[in-house]
Design a protein around this ligand. Structure first.
Ligand code: SF4
Ligand code: SF4
Length: 692
């Protein structure tokens, strides 16, 4: 039975003077909080206007989605369940204790004043309230301890000093002190009140009170102790409120706002130079100075919690390059009016190390958008002529020939020469599928073999398709991410014109980089089409029975998800469906799907040399796969014997990595394009001769 008289005094044994002092201090804390928040807001409002679509469109939906992501622990739990559960406990504990304090305040200062003698916190409601607050207080304390333990245990060495900086401990330690302090204050009150039986609905406070009693603390001792503890707790709580907007702890608020305002297309769909916001007076491009930062950049930097997930996921960091996405964000936090950021605060070497793999954006629990920021800084470097020499050659080749190989544009379709059945020219006759082949698939020697197989497999399936022949140019995805916006626009303009002159219903491409740009960026340039990756089309052809497996592969394979396929375009299952259709057994690498590890080719890195890089991303990835393959590979190992991918650049990068990896790596693990397994499974005629 619940005691109908159950209740407690709000200020307990505190006198009217205490109450008055408390409210004055509370008012001061709120004023300091508002002043700090106002200054923060003013800093954001001083940031430049952001180009592109407004982030405020659909704000209620954005807020609701961010709220659900935070309240469910999904935002933090992605890729780290332990951290997700710990944060969930902290978020719910914090929110419920805050709501409990609000109820207490209303009870004392609204109900108590308007209707003296009436109480909200009485009877069964008080008992339930006590229980809920104690349990959630325990969750808050447990969550904070778990976060601290996680940081201390295994994260520090991998994340370097900036995540382990002592400043990052201020917030959790302060919150933990508040949570524990709340229990001790409660215990002193229970002991001072003589242990009323209904108070055992506050199990933690009750146990501590009983322990006090067992230690010889009398009711009058407890009442005196309560006064001191109550004030210590109140000052710590008010101090926390005042401190919040002036400190790094501000991310408690900014992280949620940033998550709500993040763009789902961040990195996928870059905005052009001067498309919506005017260029600065001197016409410079990209992020050059602190004054070029937009309000969203500034919010991003404030939202960063230093969790280090982007740092741990970054292939550039892993290979010893000077880039860490976390450090980049932290370094940009310190605004210095007129200070150079691209090639200044952030070194050019760090900026050129980025592969645009999007792993940082994917990993970030608070929606920080590193990739567009890096590209904007690269634009500034390109604007000032500070480019890597390898990149300079690629720029020249693309400007002159429309391909990065420096080969005449008229030879683009020379890979078709060996085909018995010619491919139709979509500029001359109508086709269902326009195959946008892409640079690497057209010119790279290793990739060309796969490209020819794709053509023959499509022909075998009776697909109605054609290509643009010498009308096609590089789609420009990588050149854009390298910061050469003008060249990207020239290439896009050419291709859009060619596409407009061709007759087709939809586009298929072999190249995930091209897929991204055609899908997400060409619509801004006047070419909005349905675009698919060839793995999606192959999967459909198997499903429809237009491709049939005659000789099941029977091989054990591992599959590498290309970043631009899995992370950028969310094409994850189609290649796996194709592997299942050809009868291969898939063994996943530890980093798979959207957690894949970059080959190191994206963002123009494929054109730059690797001087100063400790080890290439492709080498690291190959080692990850070789660890599955076992020591003997094809000669009797239970692990995979083939390393399959679905990107022409990956094919080139990993073929090279397998030969560098040494110890007979290429004989233990053969690097294959997905279509090679398809061609074998459907018994494409003349395959053995072609391979020979
Ligand atoms: S895009 Fe990839 S390489 Fe670039 S900073 Fe992010 S994780 Fe690192
Ligand atoms: S940018 Fe995001 S992922 Fe990186 S440290 Fe900050 S909060 Fe963590």
């Amino acid at each position: 039975m619940t005691d109908a008289t159950a209740t407690r005094a709000v200020f307990g044994d505190l006198g009217q003077a205490d109450e008055l002092v408390f409210y004055v201090l509370a008012l001061l804390a709120v004023i300091v909080f508002l002043a700090g928040s106002g200054l923060r807001l003013r800093t954001y409002l001083r940031g430049r206007r952001e180009p592109g679509p407004s982030r405020l469109a659909g704000l209620p939906g954005r807020l609701a989605r961010a709220g659900v992501a935070i309240a469910s622990g999904r935002a933090v739990g992605r890729g780290d369940r332990f951290a997700g559960i710990a944060h969930l406990a902290v978020v719910w504990g914090f929110v419920v204790l805050f709501m409990g304090t609000v109820i207490l305040t209303v009870d004392a200062d609204v109900v108590g004043v308007l209707a003296p003698g009436a109480r909200i916190l009485s009877g069964p409601f008080y008992v339930g309230y006590s229980l809920v607050l104690d349990v959630l207080g325990l969750a808050l304390a447990g969550g904070l301890v778990a976060i601290g333990w996680g940081r201390l245990r295994d994260r520090q060495p991998a994340l370097g000093t900036r995540t382990a900086d002592t400043a990052v401990w201020i917030l959790p330690v302060w919150l933990l002190a508040l949570a524990i302090g709340g229990f001790v204050v409660e215990a002193a009150r229970i002991a001072a009140d003589g242990y009323p039986s209904f108070e055992n609905a506050s199990p933690v406070g009750w146990l501590i009170a009983r322990a006090m009693g067992a230690a010889g603390v009398t009711a009058s001792d407890a009442a005196r102790l309560h006064w001191w503890l109550w004030w210590a707790h109140a000052l710590a709580a008010l101090g926390f409120v005042a401190y919040l907007p002036w400190s790094r702890a501000v991310h408690l608020v900014t992280a949620g706002v940033n998550l709500a305002l993040r763009s789902p297309d961040a990195g996928r769909r870059l905005t052009g130079v001067g498309t919506a916001a005017p260029l600065p007076d001197d016409g410079h491009m990209g992020l050059r100075d602190f004054s070029d930062l937009t309000w969203k950049h500034l919010l991003d930097f404030d939202a960063c919690t230093r969790c280090g997930r982007c740092h741990a996921a970054c292939p550039a960091t892993a290979t010893g390059s000077p880039l860490s996405p976390r450090d980049l964000v932290l370094d940009l936090r310190r605004p210095a009016e007129g200070g150079l950021i691209a090639g200044g605060v952030i070194s050019a070497e760090a900026l050129w190390s980025c592969t645009s793999c999007l792993a940082c954006v994917e990993a970030c629990p608070v929606g920080v958008e590193h990739v567009p920021t890096i590209v904007e800084m690269r634009r500034s470097l390109v604007d000032r002529g500070a480019v890597d020499p390898g990149l300079g050659t690629a720029f020249h080749n693309l400007a002159r020939h429309g391909n990065s190989f420096g080969r005449p544009a008229r030879t683009r379709a020379s890979w078709t020469a060996g085909l018995k059945t010619p491919i139709r020219d979509a500029r001359r006759e109508a086709v269902d599928w326009l195959w946008f082949v892409g640079d690497f698939a057209s010119y790279d020697e290793r990739a060309k073999h796969a490209t020819q197989l794709v053509a023959r497999v499509f022909q075998t399936a009776g697909l109605d398709f054609g290509i643009l022949y010498d009308g096609e140019r590089s789609a420009g995805n990588d050149i854009r991410r390298a910061g050469e916006e003008g060249l990207f626009e020239t290439l896009a303009e050419h291709n859009v014109k060619e596409l407009a002159g061709a007759r087709f219903r939809r586009i298929v491409t072999t190249d995930p980089h091209t897929l991204n740009t055609l899908r997400f960026e060409y619509p801004d340039h006047g070419a909005a089409h349905e675009v698919r990756h060839y793995s999606q089309l192959l999967s459909e052809l198997f499903r429809d029975g237009r491709l049939q497996t005659r000789r099941p592969s029977g091989r054990i394979v591992t599959y590498h998800d290309p970043c631009f396929l899995a992370r950028y375009s969310d094409v994850i299952e189609a290649p796996r469906e194709v592997l299942a259709a050809v009868g291969a057994t898939l063994v996943e690498m530890p980093r798979n799907r959207t957690a894949t590890f970059c080959c190191g080719a994206g963002g123009g890195r494929i054109w730059m040399d690797d001087v100063g890089v400790r080890q290439r991303p492709a080498d690291l990835r190959m080692r990850e796969a070789l660890a599955l393959a076992g020591p003997t590979g094809a000669a009797g190992a239970a692990g995979p014997t083939e390393f399959v991918t679905a990107c022409p650049k990956d094919l080139a990068m990993f073929t090279a990595a397998a030969s560098w990896a040494g110890a007979g790596a290429s004989s233990r693990l053969a690097v294959r394009d997905l279509v090679e397994l398809v061609a074998e499974a459907i018994e494409l005629p003349g395959l053995a001769e072609a391979r020979a």
